[in-house]
Ligand binder design. Structure first.
Ligand code: ATP
Ligand code: PRP
Ligand code: NIO
Length: 488
């Protein structure tokens, strides 16, 4: 087993074989541009929350082939030329990266990252970037759905034990926090990222004592002001809640307050209403009710609509594994080649219009209505072109082009920020709190119609007329080329 911490081999083998074939061909230093984006929104949601940039930056800044990596490659059956391996030994990322800020509300087809560099380095990093950004964006989006339903309630991330291994738990916890969760139960995530940590106790605590009451008392002695008691080990209404109330009253006599109870099974709507009544009748009006048990945004919405009296929601499995859609399906596509002193747009054709790439180096502008401050659409434009804010702007749907709208009195936000230039980071990493606040503020840019959980309106992501035309021309050119090559 390898012992060191290099991440250069965290890639698909075909990236290294393409690097090698390019090197043999003498083409490994040709410059290319790639876009990283996704094609379809997850969970039937109307938007996604971009996350994963910080992890991507860490990766690119420290990307090296270690001696162990080189040795491993040398032992592969491909028998790579030693001169190639020598070049990998000196490998550093030297490219340019433009990216959206973490926490940005994003949509299909728009580049989340635009990368320029040698084909060799851009192939190497594809897999890892898709891995980081696909997962974190997915989890941040899932968390955002839960935050929308929960409104002001407390949301606790409890997923580590059910997560797909370590990184998913840790970076997943970060993604949920930036999208609006209040705390995680994972202490390492707390220590790594500064996320607040919260927790209650498990059933084993109660089972470990001769009686539930004794267990509750012992726990309350240890944490007189932060006690949250799990009340469903034996019988929620007949035993758990009465014992919690007894301990709550004892704490009160000693000048403390029972912080909460946790319900982890049964009919959470009914039990929470009963619990609220029983706690209030005993004068424990400040005691909060925490619920957990296979929750997701649908059960949360349903429980709230049933009038459940729950203040805080502990959510694990269905959040951290993105249970109903476990992959975002992000893609990384070559969009331009640098040839004879200029960038030449490149396209990939598919019979599925969604899968036809948009050629060329591009940027993304968000169009904000000056009157109400709301986003009207995102416009993908060829790099170097800007929008004239003093003239009306016509947006049209890239597939159904008759769907048009004219916008006046707007301002634009360029969503792609410079992150790396010539392999050097030029972007100051915001703190996680800043990212969280930025994300929170992003939400007010969008009309409710795009944000609702069920059947949201499609937010316009359009191509500028020039870009649309370049795309159509390239499709036609390739179509003719293929016909000619086939002699038709
Ligand atoms: N009032 C309610 N309306 C809709 N869904 C609910 C309600 N109360 C609980 N649920 C959900 O129903 C499911 C209950 O699952 P299930 O019966 O398997 O487990 P449980 O009652 O938690 O018991 P255990 O954990 O012992 O299996 C959970 O997903 C829970 O979130
Ligand atoms: O249901 P989730 O959304 O995944 O939330 C996390 C679950 O993990 C714990 O259960 P577990 O049975 O592992 O341990 P426990 O003894 O603490 O209940 C907790 O009680 C929740 O039910
Ligand atoms: O603190 C808790 O209550 C907790 C933490 C992780 C998983 N389930 C519950």
């Amino acid at each position: 087993m390898q012992t060191d911490q290099g991440w250069a081999l965290h890639t698909d083998k075909y990236q290294i074989t393409m690097m090698y074939a390019h090197w043999k061909n003498g083409s490994h230093l040709r410059r290319k541009a790639f876009d990283l984006y996704f094609r379809k929104l997850p969970f039937g949601n109307g938007f996604a929350v971009f996350a994963g940039l910080e992890r991507a930056i860490q990766y690119l800044e420290t990307l090296r082939f270690t001696e162990e990596d080189i040795q491993y490659l040398a032992d592969q059956p491909e028998r790579y030329d030693p001169a190639f391996l020598e070049m990998l030994r000196k490998f550093r990322f030297t490219g340019d990266v433009y990216g959206m800020k973490e926490g940005t509300i994003v949509f299909p087809q728009e580049p989340l990252l635009r990368l320029e560099g040698t084909v060799m380095e851009l192939q190497l990093i594809e897999t890892a970037l898709l891995n980081f950004i696909g997962y974190q964006t997915l989890i941040a989006t899932k968390a955002a759905r839960m935050r929308m339903v929960a409104e002001e309630d407390v949301l606790l991330e409890f997923g580590t034990r059910r997560a797909q291994e370590t990184d998913a738990a840790l970076w997943g916890a970060r993604a949920t926090y930036l999208a609006g969760f209040d705390a995680t139960s994972n202490l390492k995530a707390g220590a790594m990222f500064g996320i607040p940590t919260r927790g209650t106790h498990s059933h084993s605590w109660v089972q470990d004592f001769d009686s539930e009451l004794e267990a509750f008392r012992a726990y309350a002695r240890a944490f007189p002001d932060q006690t949250v008691l799990l009340v469903d080990t034996y019988d929620t209404l007949k035993s758990g809640i009465p014992h919690a109330i007894q301990v709550g009253l004892e704490l009160k006599q000693q000048g403390h307050q029972l912080a909460g109870i946790r319900l982890d099974s049964g009919d959470l709507a009914y039990l929470s209403k009963e619990a609220r009544k029983m706690l209030d009748d005993a004068g424990l009006t400040h005691t909060q009710i925490v619920a957990s048990s296979d929750l997701d945004e649908d059960t949360l919405l349903n429980l709230r609509s049933q009038g459940a009296r729950i203040n805080a929601w502990g959510i694990g499995t269905r959040l951290i594994t993105a249970y109903d859609q476990p992959a975002l399906g992000a893609v990384y596509k070559l969009v331009a080649r640098y040839k004879d002193g200029e960038w030449v747009p490149s396209i990939k054709i598919s019979s599925n219009p969604e899968k036809v790439t948009t050629p060329g180096r591009k940027t993304v502008y968000r169009i904000i209505d000056r009157k109400n401050g709301k986003a009207r659409g995102d416009l993908i434009m060829p790099l170097g072109q800007t929008v004239n804010e003093n003239q009306p702007l016509t947006l049209f749907h890239p597939v159904h082009t008759y769907r048009k709208k004219k916008i006046r009195h707007f301002r634009t936000i360029n969503l792609l920020q410079p992150i790396f230039q010539g392999g050097k980071r030029v972007y100051d990493l915001p703190s996680l709190e800043e990212i969280r606040t930025y994300h929170h503020n992003q939400r007010s840019l969008f009309w409710e119609e795009y944000m609702r959980l069920l059947n949201p309106e499609e937010y316009p992501v359009d191509l500028s007329p020039d870009l649309w035309q370049t795309k159509q021309d390239l499709i036609q050119t390739i179509y003719h080329q293929v016909r000619e090559e086939n002699g038709k």
